[in-house]
Design a protein around this ligand. Structure first.
Ligand code: PLP
Length: 390
C-alpha cells in the first residue's frame, strides 16, 4: 500500500512533469496531453438542477445520507433509463450508486473474486485495473487484441483457465479509441458461455463504460443484452464532465442466475471498502440528467484536427472510433524513448507500456482546440527529427 501511495501512475507522472516544465519555460510552451480530464463544460441541465436543489430542498435532506446503495428514486430512474434506452433487463434493486467507475469496478471485483482467481483484460487497458483486481485478491491477465485493437476471440479463449472468473470489456476503449462492434462481442460471449460450461464455473463480463456516449458514429452495443452474467460499471465522469464529483453506478443484469446474491456480494465489497451512500447531491443531479451530455462534438473536432495533422506529418495512428485518445505508433521501438524525445518540444503524452502494449503513445485530446493548434509545429519538428515527414 505504501508503494501504491508513494508512486504516481505513469499518467499522473507525465502530468506532474508537464506542470514542472510549465514553471520553467512558461505554460504557453507546454502541450500537456496526459490526462483524460474532460474539458467541455457540463451541460446546462446540471447547473440548473444543482441550483434548484440547493434553493428548494431542505438542507437536512439535501446533505443527508442515503441508503448504502443510493437513493431509491435515483436507482429507480437509472433502471428505467437502462430499460427504456437499451431494452436491458435492469432493476432498481440491482443498481448500486458509486463514486464513479473506479468504485463500481472495485466493488464488483471485490464481490465476485475469490483469492487467486483471474480477470482477463483486453490490452491495451486502463492501468488502474491491476490495482483494483489485486486489492480484491485477484490476478490480472492481459489478452492481446488484433492489429486494430479489436477483440480476438481466439486469443481470449486460449487465455481462459479454470481460474478465470471475469473479463473486463471497456468500449469505447481507453487508450486505443476502439469501439467493439456487435459481431466481435457476440463471438466473445459465445467463447465465454462455452468455457463457463466446459469448466462448470461462470465467467462474468464486466462492462466498463465511462465513454459509452463518446463515439464518432459507432454504435456501442449494451452488453447486458448479449450475456446474462454481465455487470455494467458506468460513470458520469466523461458524459456529463463531472469527473471530480465522483458519481456512477454498478448495475447487475437481472437476467443473471442468482442476480440478487451477486448484487449482495458487490454491495458487501462496496461496504467493506467504505463506498456507501455515493454523493447524494450528484446522485440527484445525474438522475435528472440521464441521457444528456456536454457538448461532445468538441472532441470530434479535436479528433479530426489532431488525427488529420499527425497522419499528414507521417505518424502512424488509428482514427479513434470513440473516447478522446489518439493512440500513436512510436517511431522508435521504445515508447518511453519517443515520449522522452517529445518532451524536448514541450509535448507531454503517455507511453503505452503501462497500458499493457509496447511501442505506442496515448495522446489525450480532451484539451482546448487552441492548444492542439499551437502544438502542431512541435509535433512537426518531432516528426522531422524522426524523418517521418515526406
Ligand atoms: N475506466 C476507464 C477505462 C477510465 O478511463 C476511467 C477514467 O479515466 C475509469 C474507469 C474511472 O473513471 P471514474 O472517474 O468514473 O472513476
Amino acid at each position: 500500500m505504501q508503494k501504491l501511495g508513494a508512486e504516481h501512475s505513469a499518467i499522473r507522472e507525465i502530468f506532474e512533469q508537464a506542470n514542472a516544465r510549465a514553471l520553467q519555460i512558461g505554460r504557453e510552451n507546454v502541450f500537456d496531453f496526459s490526462l483524460g480530464n474532460p474539458n467541455v463544460p457540463a451541460p446546462d441541465c446540471v447547473q440548473e438542477e444543482l441550483k434548484r436543489l440547493v434553493s428548494e430542498m431542505p438542507p437536512e435532506r439535501l446533505h443527508g445520507y442515503s441508503s448504502a446503495a443510493g437513493l431509491p428514486e435515483v436507482r429507480e430512474r437509472v433502471a428505467d433509463y437502462l430499460r427504456g434506452t437499451f431494452g436491458a433487463n435492469a432493476r432498481a434493486e440491482l443498481i448500486y450508486m458509486t463514486c464513479g467507475a473506479s468504485s463500481s469496478l472495485t466493488a464488483t471485483f471485490g464481490g465476485i473474486l475469490n483469492r487467486g482467481e483471474e480477470v482477463l483484460v483486453l490490452a491495451p487497458y486502463f492501468p488502474e485495473y491491476r490495482v483494483f483486481i489485486s486489492q480484491a485478491g485477484g490476478l490480472m491477465k492481459p489478452v492481446r487484441t488484433d492489429e486494430n485493437f479489436h477483440i480476438d476471440a481466439q486469443a481470449v479463449e486460449a487465455a481462459i483457465t479454470p481460474k478465470t472468473r471475469a473479463i473486463v470489456v471497456n468500449s469505447p476503449n481507453n487508450p486505443s479509441g476502439a469501439v467493439y462492434g456487435a459481431a466481435e462481442l457476440q463471438a466473445l460471449c459465445k467463447v465465454l458461455s462455452r468455457k463457463s460450461a466446459e469448466y462448470g464455473a461462470r465467467i462474468f463480463l464486466i462492462a466498463d463504460e465511462p465513454y459509452r456516449e463518446l463515439t464518432y458514429g459507432a454504435d456501442v452495443p449494451y452488453l447486458m443484452n448479449f450475456y446474462a452474467d454481465t455487470v455494467v460499471c458506468y460513470s458520469f465522469s466523461k458524459s456529463l464532465s463531472l469527473a471530480g464529483e465522483r458519481i456512477g453506478f454498478a448495475a447487475v443484469n437481472a437476467d443473471m442466475e442468482g442476480a440478487k446474491d451477486v448484487f449482495a456480494a458487490i454491495s458487501g465489497a462496496a461496504r467493506a471498502a467504505g463506498y456507501v451512500c455515493a454523493p447524494t447531491l450528484f446522485q440527484r443531479v445525474c438522475a435528472h440528467s440521464l441521457g444528456k451530455t456536454g457538448e461532445l462534438s468538441v472532441y470530434g473536432g479535436n479528433r479530426t484536427l489532431l488525427y488529420g495533422a499527425l497522419a499528414d506529418m507521417g505518424y502512424a495512428c488509428n482514427k479513434p472510433e470513440g473516447a478522446f485518445y489518439l493512440f500513436v505508433k512510436s517511431p522508435e521501438p521504445s515508447a518511453a524513448a519517443f515520449c522522452a524525445r517529445a518532451k524536448k518540444y514541450g509535448l507531454f503524452f503517455v507511453p503505452s507500456d503501462s497500458f499493457g502494449v509496447e511501442g505506442y503513445a496515448r495522446i489525450s485530446y480532451c484539451v482546448k482546440r487552441e492548444m492542439i493548434e499551437r502544438s502542431l509545429p512541435a509535433f512537426r519538428a518531432l516528426a522531422e527529427e524522426y524523418g517521418l515527414v515526406k
